[in-house]
Design a protein around this ligand. Structure first.
Ligand SMILES: [Zn+2]
Length: 292
């Protein structure tokens, strides 16, 4: 039995995991902005509520972690930049702790229990507030020198002077158009007053059409460039709007064709993740098998 933790901007979820099954899970609000030691104490109590003396714990975080276990760039959890998360959690829990970017952890779960069983090389694309990704190449999870590998959201898709600003400080990033903020902007420009991407999808009409067209263009443009480089077996999508992949696929395929330098690359399979909402905790629970 394993314990995985999904440390998100809104809540911290922990689960007892066997294979790809979640046996028991619990969650607490993250309460970002508090001193980080308080947040870590909550995380520790959550884990101990599931198991009094865990043998090992994996944690997926919405940012990156370096080799020393320091976390970096957590835009949705205020006060956590450069926190020595790994060493502090090991001390707190009294057991080995593996920490990984959340999209990379979800890609590891997909590799072990989802499409990875058929496809040795794939990019997991996470669609939500931001656009993230995790990369598995020839059966191996790729972390990169600083843990940033697969972070595809900031690939340039628009170099025009009017390119939209991105939360990272640059302009014209894929995330500026395909993240929730950019998609809502497109829907509002088409007359929607919805306050979430999910609401626009339910409303339908012109706003949904514009939202999907922008998403397909931004994803297709960025992902074609990545696939031109890596020649992947599949692109796997996860996150709320991945449920609408059937609606998105025709225009996504068109955008992929427009930027792929060979037709074989343009026909890369586009798939919805086989793991549900628990991919983060499942991937986290199995992080010690990822090989660093
Ligand atoms: Zn960016």
């Amino acid at each position: 039995m394993r314990i995985g933790v999904d440390f998100g901007g809104t809540s911290i979820k922990a689960a007892l995991v066997e294979g790809a099954q979640v046996l028991r899970h619990a969650a607490v609000p993250t309460g970002g902005g508090r001193p980080w030691r308080e947040v870590l104490a909550d995380l520790g109590a959550l884990v101990r509520g599931l198991h009094e003396s865990p043998q090992a714990v994996g944690v997926a975080i919405p940012g990156e972690v370096d080799e020393a276990g320091n976390c970096h760039r957590l835009p949705n959890v205020h006060g956590f930049d450069c926190v020595p998360l790994g060493p502090e959690l090991q001390r707190l829990l009294g057991c080995p702790v593996c920490i990984e970017n959340d999209a990379t952890a979800a890609a590891h779960a997909e590799h072990l229990f989802g499409w990875g069983r058929q496809h040795g090389s794939f990019l997991l694309v996470t669609l939500g507030t931001g656009v993230g990704g995790g990369l598995v190449l020839q059966g191996r999870l790729v972390r990169g020198r600083s843990g940033f590998a697969g972070e595809i959201g900031h690939v340039l898709v628009d170099s025009s002077p009017g390119a939209w600003p991105c939360g990272c400080g640059l302009r014209g990033c894929m995330e500026a158009y395909a993240g929730a903020g950019g998609l809502l902007r497109a829907a509002r420009e088409a007359g929607s007053n919805a306050d979430s991407v999910a609401a626009v999808m339910v409303q339908g009409g012109l706003a949904r059409e514009k939202l999907l067209a922008q998403l397909a263009w931004a994803l297709g443009t960025g992902l074609a460039g990545i696939n031109n480089t890596l020649d992947l077996d599949a692109l796997v999508f996860t996150g709320g709007i991945a449920n609408s992949l059937a609606l998105l696929e025709p225009s996504l395929r068109e955008a992929l064709r427009a930027r792929s330098y060979h037709r074989l690359l343009a026909e890369v399979p586009v798939l919805a993740s086989r793991l549900g909402e628990h991919a983060g905790v499942i991937g986290a629970a199995w992080l010690d098998t990822a090989g660093k």
